[in-house]
Design a protein around this ligand. Structure first.
Ligand code: SF4
Ligand code: SF4
Length: 385
């Protein structure tokens, strides 16, 4: 029996930005998004299943008219709740909603220093607005974290960004690498290569010494990297369908909201209960039935494959192979021989490298990489300032 612990829930696909890397290609809302009563019915199911943490996202989550009431309901029923926002053009009513929501923290998306952030966000005032947002959140004492999607250009400015984060009272900073889905794919943003990942970990090591704020490495920055004699970012497998789920604004259930392909929809909450989906022996087979000989490429020969299970399913999906993390720089991946040779069972969904026809369509979910880490950090009452 699996215990549901965390849920990332897209409340709307509506967004007031059109970011160059947006995996869900947010902008317009989905047709027929969940109504407030439907959302509250789902909230009751999450509560009944003992879900511990819920992260509300969009699109831009604050454009969902009932987000604050829903967050408060979840929080008041014992669920640790936080949100991810772009922090853009927030009104005084929005700040009142933040205060009323009882969230433990909010995460703002920051994707570079000023010029780069504005370019990615497609708004000349995006960075300035982020600064205003951070100041106002500090005034109303809502703990604030930051999430950065690391693109090639961003790798170079991580040091400058760190200082900005500390100045703006960001309590923790999460890094995730850009995934080739949605707008990132259509805009042909370059993927990070292994040498970029090396630089990211160099920055991580240097910046961590400053001790101004913790840096959290997201699920898709791979794994078992050694710096200064220490092993960084050990990873014990993708949680999708094992302890985590993602919901979209139409009630579709996936193991992770970033697994956008329709084949990863396990059911829809307008038709079937969350309990039935969660407890079905057929659900989330790509993770629940995983065995190491499903790994491909270098992950099949890596000494850590049985532990990390080949890394982030979502990142892998858009690189072409669900069971191989293409730019992982794991120190144990040196064996050069197959460690799991006895293929006795075929995985339910192995994706092969090369162009994938279904990726030509717009993705229909949000890239939620690892938002749940925020709530792991801020599971307590609002922090004193
Ligand atoms: S199995 Fe793959 S993803 Fe996991 S540590 Fe080894 S190389 Fe990295
Ligand atoms: S972000 Fe990646 S590793 Fe984390 S739950 Fe989603 S698919 Fe799995």
């Amino acid at each position: 029996m699996y215990q549901l612990k965390s849920c990332v829930w897209e409340l709307t696909k509506t967004c007031n930005m059109r970011c160059l890397h947006c995996g869900s290609q947010a902008g317009e809302g989905r047709e027929n998004e969940l109504s407030e009563p439907e959302a509250f019915h789902i909230a009751d199911q999450l509560i009944d299943l003992g879900c511990e943490r819920v992260t509300l996202i969009g699109g831009e989550v604050t454009l969902c008219p009932y987000w604050s009431r829903l967050a408060r309901y979840l929080s008041d029923n014992g669920i640790i709740c936080d949100i991810v926002t772009n922090g853009y053009q927030k009104t005084e009513q929005d700040f009142l909603d933040f205060q009323d929501s009882h969230i433990v923290s909010a995460a703002i998306s920051i994707d570079g220093t000023e010029e780069l952030h504005n370019t990615i966000r497609g708004r000349k005032d995006a960075f300035e607005e982020s600064e205003r947002f951070c100041r106002r959140m500090a005034e109303i004492k809502i703990p604030l974290t930051a999430v950065t999607t690391i693109t090639k250009r961003c790798v170079k400015v991580l040091g400058a960004m760190y200082d900005w984060m500390a100045e703006h009272e960001i309590l923790a900073w999460q890094w995730q690498q850009v995934t080739m889905m949605g707008n990132a794919r259509d805009n042909r943003l370059p993927s990070l290569e292994a040498e970029d990942i090396e630089k990211v970990f160099d920055f991580y090591t240097t910046l961590s010494h400053k001790k101004k704020l913790p840096i959290i490495l997201g699920d898709n920055l791979g794994y078992y990297v050694e710096r200064e004699g220490k092993l960084l970012h050990t990873f014990h497998g993708c949680a999708a369908g094992l302890s985590a789920i993602g919901l979209d604004s139409k009630g579709n259930v996936r193991g992770c909201a970033s697994l956008c392909d329709k084949r990863y929809i396990e059911g829809n909450l307008r038709e079937v209960s969350l309990k039935e989906i969660w407890e079905s022996s057929e659900s989330f087979a790509y993770n629940r039935k995983f065995v190491p000989n499903w790994l491909t490429g270098k992950c099949l020969t890596c000494g850590m494959g049985a532990d990390c299970a080949g890394g982030c399913r979502s990142f892998n999906l858009y690189q072409g192979s669900l069971y191989e993390h293409s730019n992982c720089i794991c120190k144990y991946n040196i064996t050069g021989k197959m460690l799991y040779p006895s293929a006795h069972e075929e995985p339910p969904m192995v994706l092969t490298a090369g162009p994938l026809p279904y990726l030509d369509k717009p993705c229909d979910a949000y890239p939620c990489i690892h938002e749940r880490e925020h709530i792991l950090l801020y599971a307590g009452p609002p922090l004193p300032r």
